[in-house]
Design a protein around this ligand. Structure first.
Ligand code: AMP
Ligand code: MG
Length: 332
């Protein structure tokens, strides 16, 4: 049973305690209800994807109580600081490069070198974020493919029994999602229109591009070509039933023997644990390949059920053929 918490001091304290313990709590913001988990805890973030039933890992927005705590985790250029001063707290999400010491789990950003950060406005949301004292990763609190929820009743309709609690702060005042603006490149890029208008943003930071260019859209959906898809530097071989000494092994369950290096996703073959470790494992094996001169990463089979769907989706992108001339974008 999912607890329904009142928007008072006791409810906020209970929600904060559950989040701090790695549990999932839905909470209202000015846009829609978010399905929250501790962004620094990869198990909690994996549980968010499991609860939503999402067949792939999209990067999640990290929620902070103020710009100062957000900018401690991402590098903010002048334009970001100006936008934050004007629109935070409010329905604007900024995509910025992670700082080197950023404690947010790699799974939160789907392995990307950037992180989406936002400061929501409602006093109850603010009180919750201050009480938890860590960033909260939160996509919309609906099952995958359903509409975004703007009341606690909507949340329970989709997620009752799948999350620990919902903090009921009443209907969301804005009701549309936050504007997502990517400030990690040369020019501001509008990734998603939302609660903060384009005109208001452009008045502060000048003209921005909207969405990917025609050339970027036409590009094959291979991981090396798209900055939004993490890909290891080495080739990836899927469904390995044996492994060679010049290969690094991404293991799931009892590991194959003979690899040049091994990273265990989940010794007990638990897909939620494997999801929590996936991006850290790919980065670690990429490093091992470079250090030991290994040729590729071999991946043991992972069942196509539950979070296994999202794990396999990401691994298939990593294994897709890619042009060797372009360097993939990923965290070093
Ligand atoms: P939702 O989870 O429904 O609130 O949607 C979050 C939106 O932010 C999606 O469109 C994501 O693709 C986008 N997003 C989050 N993080 C990043 C990132 N690091 N780079 C680009 N887009 C992002
Ligand atoms: Mg959504």
């Amino acid at each position: 049973m999912t607890e329904r918490l009142a928007p008072d001091a006791a409810g906020i304290a209970r929600a904060a305690a559950l989040l701090g313990a790695g549990e999932l709590v839905a909470f209202g913001t000015e846009t829609v209800y978010g399905l929250g988990g501790d962004a620094c805890n990869p198990r909690a973030v994996a549980a968010i994807f499991a609860a939503k039933g999402r067949p792939r890992f999209n990067p999640l927005i990290c929620h902070y109580p103020d710009a100062e705590t957000a900018f401690a985790h991402v590098a903010a250029p002048e334009a970001a600081r100006r936008l934050a001063a004007a629109f935070w707290p409010g329905p604007l999400t900024l995509v910025l490069p992670r700082r080197e010491d950023c404690p947010v789990a790699l799974l939160t950003g789907a392995g990307l070198a950037t992180l989406a950060v936002r400061v929501p406005a409602p006093p109850i949301t603010q009180a919750l974020l201050r009480a938890v004292a860590r960033p909260i990763a939160a996509p919309s609190a609906n099952r995958s493919g359903r509409v975004s929820p703007t009341t606690a009743a909507h949340v329970l309709h989709d997620l009752d029994g799948r999350i620990a609690a919902v903090l009921d702060s009443g209907p969301c005042p804005v009701g549309v999602e936050s504007t997502v603006l990517d400030l990690s490149g040369d020019a501001p890029l509008l990734l998603r229109p939302g609660g903060t208008t384009r005109e208001a943003i452009e008045a502060l930071v000048g003209p921005m591009r909207a969405g990917p260019t025609a050339g970027e859209r036409a590009a094959p959906r291979s991981p090396g070509m798209l900055g939004s898809h993490y890909a290891p530097a080495r080739p990836v071989r899927l469904r390995a039933d044996s492994v060679a000494t010049d290969e690094a092994l991404l293991a799931f369950g009892p590991p194959l023997t003979g690899a040049g290096a091994t990273f265990q996703l989940s010794a007990g073959a638990d897909p939620v644990e494997a999801a929590a470790n996936l991006f850290a494992g790919l980065h670690a094996l990429d490093g091992e390949c470079a250090r030991r001169g290994l040729a590729r990463i071999a991946v043991m089979p992972i069942p196509e059920t539950g979070l296994g769907l999202a794990i396999n989706d990401r691994l298939r992108r990593a294994a897709a053929p890619r042009p060797s001339a372009r360097k993939p974008t990923f965290l070093a």
